[in-house]
Design a protein around this ligand. Structure first.
Ligand code: CA
Ligand code: CA
Length: 362
């Protein structure tokens, strides 16, 4: 016998044992650093230095939910050694954990994670993997950096649209978007769309798992570079619509260029009207407009609709509640009227085995 335990962070009235979560201060995005990765100033993480055979990884402490869209904006710096610079970095979705560490050299710190999905930013041509001679981008999976199918899922294409060298010591803007309805993953580099593909990340890559770890890996081999990524504390930006229970609070995040100013209108129900991260405690549904400068364009204005609604949760078992020799396992399905912001946890009341206890389905 199992029961569904909801952790509705936006529903204070329903949150009994977890009340302290509401009193916590703003929780910035936090990261686990592995291998040669180290902090490198404000929101930046250096994955490798100018030494050979390094391997660094930075993993978010928070899962990313692939059933929801995301739009990640960040910068990457590939060092300033072009001739003889190597090897590159990878944006990674994986379910290995926050201590995952791959392989050095041409493996880009990605080799070995299975299942996984990666967007590689590769600065060293490895002929055996089908690499371009130019610095390039490709979609890869299941711990293989080979561009050929079945693990290769798109590209390679040149990273810069003109094929220019990216090991120039500059911070390059990178944008990664995911649309779970169309199942389109896309990557922009230097403010240009470079590669997109229709990929069933949840079904084909992660066998139905919606919550996965995310972060970046980087490596060096016989050649090397200073390689780093900068990830804003608000990088998991709020979508255009979000929901909150009456009396609850919801965190609203936007991410703009480093040092930009933010302005929220109206300021009604907000903890702050000039931050990238504000808390909203609304009496009624409300629409906000927030203006800021982005990585690639100035004077962005986003709108965020905050809808106040009662949480209605449900739990179902399929094919039924009875286990026997013919039906050795059952599926458990949780749901709610909230499109996001709800954490699900399945708890066995008598020690029964639940292979995957997080997420709406078990
Ligand atoms: Ca390579
Ligand atoms: Ca280069």
């Amino acid at each position: 016998m199992s029961r569904l335990h909801l952790n509705p962070q936006r529903c204070a009235a329903l949150l009994l044992a977890l009340t302290s979560a509401f009193n916590a201060p703003l929780i910035a995005q936090s990261y686990f650093l592995n291998g040669t990765a180290q902090e490198a100033g404000t929101d930046c993480y250096q994955l490798t230095t100018t030494q050979g055979n390094q391997n660094g990884a930075v993993w978010s402490a928070d899962f990313i939910d692939l059933s929801q869209p995301f739009d990640l904006n960040l910068t990457m710096n590939f060092g300033d050694l072009d001739i003889g610079g190597a090897d590159g970095m990878v944006f990674v979705l994986q379910d290995v954990g926050t201590s995952a560490l791959g392989q050095t050299g041409g493996g880009l710190g990605f080799n070995g994670f299975d299942p996984s999905f990666g967007i590689e930013f590769d600065t060293w041509q490895n002929g055996q993997y089908g690499d371009l001679v130019q610095d390039h981008i490709g979609f890869i999976s299941d711990g293989s950096v080979d561009h050929a199918p079945p693990s290769g899922l798109g590209g390679p294409v040149t990273a810069n649209i003109d094929g220019a060298n990216i090991e120039d010591g500059e911070d390059h803007p990178v944008r990664i978007t995911w649309d779970p309805n169309a199942q389109i993953i896309a990557v922009y580099f230097d403010c240009e769309m470079r590669l997109f593909n229709e990929i069933d990340l949840i079904g084909d890559v992660f066998s139905g798992q919606e919550l996965v770890y995310w972060g970046f890996t980087g490596s060096t081999g016989g050649s090397y570079n200073n390689q780093s990524v900068c990830l804003s504390p608000t990088i998991l930006a709020t979508g255009p619509e979000t929901m909150v229970c009456p009396g609850g609070s919801v965190e609203l995040n936007v991410v703009g260029a480093p040092g930009t100013d933010y302005a929220w209108e109206p300021s009604t129900f907000l903890s702050d009207s000039v931050g990238a991260n504000v808390w909203c405690t609304p009496d009624t549904s409300i629409t906000y407009f927030v203006t800021y400068d982005g990585f690639c364009e100035n004077d962005i204005q986003d709108s965020i609709v905050v809808e106040v609604a009662e949480l209605v949760a449900s739990a179902e078992a399929s094919p039924g509640l009875t286990l026997n020799c013919l039906i050795p396992s059952i599926g458990l399905y949780g749901g709610s009227n909230f499109s996001d912001g709800i954490d699900y946890q399945w708890i066995s009341a008598n020690g029964g085995n639940i292979p995957s206890n997080l997420g709406p389905n078990a």
